[in-house]
Design a protein around this ligand. Sequence first.
Ligand code: AMP
Ligand code: MG
Length: 326
Amino acid sequence: MIRMAPGLLLLWLLLPAFSQAQWLSQQADIMGTRISVELWHDDPTLGELAIAAVFDEFKRLDEKLSPYKSDSELSLVNRMAAESAIDISSELFQLLQESRKYSELTGGAFDITFASIGHQYDYRTGQKPDQQRTRQTLPLIDYRHIELDPERKTVRFLRKGVKIDLGGIAKGYAVDRGIALLRKRAIEHALISAGGDSRLIGDHRGRPWHIGIQAPRNKQAMAAVLPLSDSAISTSGDYERFFEADGVRYHHIITPRTGHSAKGVQSVTILAGNALRTDALSTSIFVLGAEAGMVLVDRLVDVEAIIIDQQGALLTSSGLDSLDKH
Ligand code: AMP
Ligand code: MG
């Protein structure tokens, strides 16, 4: 009979679990963007199930919130809400309330009714509304045209022609939902990225995660690398979806006041506790520009920002002095 010291026995019992613990990482294309999940798990099979659950959640939200799918709940609202108040799911209702909150916080820089004009752009084919069309549509951009009834959970548009789009907040929300699913599965080290919106749980096992900020005018280069743990980070850039015509860069972030692509900065990166917040604020601060944007960031104690201005200079909020700039 083989006799084993108790310590050795324990080691022998635990060894298989330890030896299988590993980093798992997978990518999928959902919501028109590359979703990537990386996590540490003692059991690779459970780890892969967790990743699949995150992708399923992204697919569910895409079906519900996509402005491009005619049977999404959002498309239904866009078709019907100017006729009468529409009953909507409490999830969509909550997202509309959050959107309103960010519209109020940013003095209207964040406004989901940007879509009234935004949906007339096609960045792949270089299509844009002409001046007359822009002038006609501009009065439809105002979040106050969206009436929300919290008792009945209904939404109504106060003007015909108003359209909404949650593209400035939906990916961040989906990342937060994914992180909640991983937490429920007791995962302690993970990163979910959806294009420019990411959130991470814990650290990279003893080291921080390192998240790069892309150099806006050089796809191969990083403008900065941030060591992070337990944080969300979003970048909005004028290089993500754009075309150029007559020397003007038409990109996907719209200034609600003018109906044109926001000018003044090349990218805005926001750090905060959750990805819905960083997503909404990165888009908003892009619209506000460097000066007004930093004033707002300084008012929000839980938020930091890195702005790359039109000259390519990197501006940081006061909490980020020790940044590793490239
Ligand atoms: P992001 O890349 O997170 O800045 O999000 C850009 C997306 O936000 C765009 O593709 C639009 O769907 C949406 N968007 C553009 N302009 C605005 C705006 N002023 N307020 C809210 N959402 C916007
Ligand atoms: Mg954003």
